[in-house]
Design a protein. Sequence first.
Length: 305
Amino acid sequence: MTVLMTSKLTKRFGKFTALDGVNMEVNKGEVYGFIGPNGAGKSTTIRVLLGILKASEGEATIFGKDAWNDAVEIHKQIAFVPGDVNLWPNLTGGEVIDLFVKLRGSNNKNRREELIQKFDLDPSKKCGTYSKGNRQKVALISAFSSEAELYILDEPTSGLDPLMERIFQECVSEAKVAGKSVLLSSHILSEVEKLCDRIGIIRQGKIIETGTLKELRHLTRTSLLVETIEPIAALNDLKGVHDIQEQEQALSLQVDAEELSNVIKHISKFGVIKLESAPPTLEDLFMRHYKGTGGTSTVGAGGAS
């Protein structure tokens, strides 16, 4: 069952096209990773989905309803966490959590208390005294305390330490087990790789790749570290071999997935002492798409796009 869908979604700001025909689909019980560097169009897409911006062309629907015209109805069933949370400085964290949870019509106090403990938040402090990380915790506790059917998370772990990131990942996994859907926009590629069932990569307002990580891995290369009795002859001449480097008595190289079998067959002729292989990561895939486009420097940085 499709929970969220965009079709040929386009958004222009004057002469600038921020989104150019974006197609996306998130199904029930699915965690969908939405990745791309700053300025690629992630946050613009999310603002259209939330009914904050109106699309110039195309459509965006959530629960079968129009994201712009039916925004009030849609918001009753979604929880949103931005990458930079602004809170009322004179309210305590606990008061803000209660306010958000009540706005969504939920009243699960046990869940609220459990999450406050898990995220190690002092709910009695005023929000004006909170660090960025603690403001994120308030938003995450509010979201996961509610009975939302869809979680839209835009750089949600910005400002959290690694331990709290792990707690966040547990919350996402629990939501998935409960049949909830999650749209996760993140620059932390290991987080996306760990949590997401499917991934969409956006570049300059267009979705350039979409699918499961397994489906996308054919686009990336496997890393090999090889040590042999005899020097490997004619390695440069083999199809699909890249970035050969000497490392002490071993060689490291990158191999296109479709040529891996032939390359290993060739290497084995020279008496293999050691052979280590590492599967391609989401970061490899991401970097391959952004190499030379000016996007590589923003992979590890948060921010609006």
